[in-house]
Design a protein around this ligand. Structure first.
Ligand code: GLA
Length: 412
């Protein structure tokens, strides 16, 4: 089991775990080679290639845009970008995933109705706004980050593109600015008011480590992910409910409303990071029960993360797992960003002694649960849960074993 990687592929009508030794969907080197070949065929020139990984988050959900803490890690599934200079101002894009081309120009970039080009064009817009001078380019895009699974494929695209353009045009963008460019791209070209976690994890990821990131100061610490005998298993609900982006933005506003109530009471607070449970009970609870519930979750999630981090450092994986369940309960009942599929998957493993902790991961309303599972319990868990999930939800379950990886890089 040690030397092999597992993927489980859900067949149409039947859940079927398949063990594939030393071979994942497409190995990364295969993917960068195929990007290189396709690029040469399409654009008749040699590309520069950048890769940026997807991410998982151990604990600390919906805390980033509240200036709190998160604990993500980059994973071994990445977006790859092939790129070359053009003499004119044109941007010619090609997506392998959608098998589609899109054309624009550097000085007229604007959001399009097509979804995927926006994550590239938004980056160009950010570079323009920040006075990084670029000319036209050809770009092709591919990767093995599952789209819609909550592994942040869009942040990976943005960071790969920013990194590639930085290299191509020798822009000298400070590394810390790349995640900010990714985040702003989401705000301006995708309408999602996301926090900094996803692009930060993609750029700053480090193999065998999680990143304890303070989203207020952007100070970060690499914490070794020492979970000997256990693996991080992602269980994909294979649903993405349409509520996801509208409710995300609503939650952000609800948190701001909580901060505003405390400010009106005369306290000098800028975000939920500065807010205590006592303040919430005194000022917010009597005024607005819903806002109180949302803010209480965030304040408690920050505390949970700090204590989960201590557990991890002390080698107390059980303690870490318990806090993950606590996080899920808060997300489901107080922050209300879960859904029946996610709740089903978490509830189904609570009594399983092979699973130390589980919770929904990412923005919510679909995507994956993240589970810490004893290695020898993985096969049975996935097989059993796959059947139960199919029976209860009439949907297929997909499982990934997430391995940590280094952040954004140029592929040579
Ligand atoms: C999405 C956003 C992140 C973060 C999470 C929830 O992944 O992109 O910024 O807010 O949701 O923790």
């Amino acid at each position: 089991m040690k030397e092999e990687r597992l993927i489980f592929i859900a067949d149409k009508n039947d859940f079927l775990p398949r063990k594939i030794a030393n071979k994942q969907c497409r190995m990364n080197s295969n993917l960068s080679n195929s990007i290189r070949q396709n690029f040469k065929q399409r654009f008749a020139t040699e590309p520069l290639i950048a890769r940026s990984p997807g991410r998982v988050n151990i604990i600390g959900e919906h805390t980033d845009y509240n200036n709190g803490f998160v604990l993500p890690a980059a994973v071994d599934k990445s977006i790859y970008v092939g790129i070359s200079k053009r003499e004119d101002d044109k941007i010619i894009l090609y997506s392998g995933e959608f098998n589609e081309e899109h054309e624009s120009t550097v000085c007229t970039v604007a959001p399009t109705d097509k979804h995927w080009p926006n994550y590239v064009l938004g980056v160009v817009d950010q570079l323009n706004k920040r006075d990084y001078a670029i000319r036209g380019f050809n770009l092709n895009l591919d990767g093995d980050v599952p789209v819609g699974a909550g592994l942040s494929s869009s942040a990976a695209v943005e960071c790969a593109v920013a990194f590639a353009l930085n290299e191509l045009y020798s822009l000298n963008i400070p590394k810390i600015e790349i995640p900010e460019i990714g985040q702003k791209t989401e705000h301006t070209f995708a309408g999602a008011m996301v926090g900094i976690m996803d692009p930060f994890a993609s750029v700053f990821g480090k193999k065998n480590h999680v990143i304890k990131l303070d989203c207020q100061s952007l100070d970060y610490e690499y914490v070794p992910l020492e979970i000997e005998g256990y693996k991080i298993v992602l269980l994909n609900t294979n649903v993405k409910h349409s509520l996801a982006s509208s409710e995300y933005n609503t939650r952000r506003k609800e948190c701001e409303a909580g901060v505003a109530i405390i400010q009106e009471a005369g306290h000098d607070v800028n975000s939920l990071r500065d807010v205590t449970m006592e303040m919430l009970q005194q000022f917010v609870q009597p005024k607005d029960a819903l806002i109180y519930k949302r803010c209480k979750y965030v304040v408690e999630e920050n505390e949970r993360l700090l204590s989960a981090c201590e557990s991890l450092k002390a080698g107390d994986i059980e303690g870490l797992g318990k806090k993950m369940y606590g996080s899920h309960d808060g997300l489901s009942k107080e922050y209300e960003v879960s859904c029946r599929e996610l709740d089903f998957l978490v509830d189904a493993v609570r009594a399983n002694t092979g699973v130390l902790g589980a919770r929904m991961m990412g923005g919510g309303f679909g995507g994956c649960t993240i589970n810490i599972v004893k290695e020898e319990a993985i096969d049975e868990l996935v097989e059993d849960l796959g059947k139960k999930y199919k029976q209860a939800m009439d949907k297929d379950l997909t499982a990934y074993i997430a391995q940590t990886a280094d952040g954004t890089s140029i592929v040579v």
